[in-house]
Design a protein around this ligand. Sequence first.
Ligand code: FAD
Length: 313
Amino acid sequence: MTALVSLVVAEHDHASIKPATLNTVTAALACGGEVHVLVAGANAAEAAKAAAQIAGVTKVIAADSPSLAENLAENVAAQVLAIASNYSHILFPSTANGKNVAPRVAAKLDVAQISDITKVDSPDTFERPIYAGNAIATVQSSDATKVITVRTTGFDAASATGGSAAIETAEGVADSGKSAFVGREVTKSERPELTAAKIIVSGGRALGSAEKFTEVMAPLADKLNAGLGASRAAVDAGYAPNDWQVGQTGKIVAPQLYIAAGISGAIQHLAGMKDSKVIVAINKDEEAPIFSVADYGLVADLFVAVPELVKAL
Ligand SMILES: Cc1cc2nc3c(=O)[nH]c(=O)nc-3n(C[C@H](O)[C@H](O)[C@H](O)COP(=O)(O)OP(=O)(O)OC[C@H]3O[C@@H](n4cnc5c(N)ncnc54)[C@H](O)[C@@H]3O)c2cc1C
């Protein structure tokens, strides 16, 4: 097909649209042409209505089926494939969900997936970070359908309101029978989720124990209504839970403010946070590489500096 029409596969909880969808819509708009959003869910009319409000979206395709209730990748991929021939571009947010579905779609369409794009140069040319963000690859694809995952921190969020897209229903796919939903254990936290947090405070190995991590870092996060992050060294040592890890093998974040305390700034950590708008580093070693990306650096003992900061806020 020649006309440019992009399909964004929405990330949602059946009632509302998750923020990662909004950044993905911005990437889709940059591909040129119309942007449609697929809401594949069960009793997800509210999510479809929310998707129709997103600025720049011209059509929402609502596929409703019990088979789509738990986001099983096999079923969602089949739903995307059922309408894939209408599209020049199919975009997923580069989230755990998106990365679970996109490769299945690309494989079935026999095209190369274009992963983790941070910029659209033209409808067939994209930029993506490689080597933990130390180089940018410019990738041109000659495939008929571009199947893309979008690094959400690379694109501003489209406005969640202001649009008035038509909602079209599509028949929901039958259950593939290849996988079954068994259960879900969800971490409940009062704090903002890392990838959506406007402010993140992160601690490193220097904290020394889980008790100290909580005692020193949590009050600062509470004061700033921030998400809590950690370096891999802190996670591996058991000072912080796994889903707090920021970096190449953790979460990629770009909050308005990132405060790193007792983190050296290894390239694998920087890969996950260096696009943050303002970076503050607290480290007792003035040579620590974290200072090379910091907007504000404080050479100090974090066990003194962080409580003082909390008191001053
Ligand atoms: C394939 C691969 C993937 C990886 N992925 C990740 C990843 O996703 N995320 C990640 O973070 N790392 C990752 N790493 C690990 C990374 O290389 C580093 O080992 C890790 O980031 C170091 O964590 P850290 O800065 O907390 O610890 P350290 O490097 O030990 O640094 C501790 C810092 O605390 C400072 N300090 C000590 N005491 C105090 C004090 N009292 N007050 C103030 N400062 C103090 C020290 O000066 C030092 O700079 C990865 C590594 C590999 C090989």
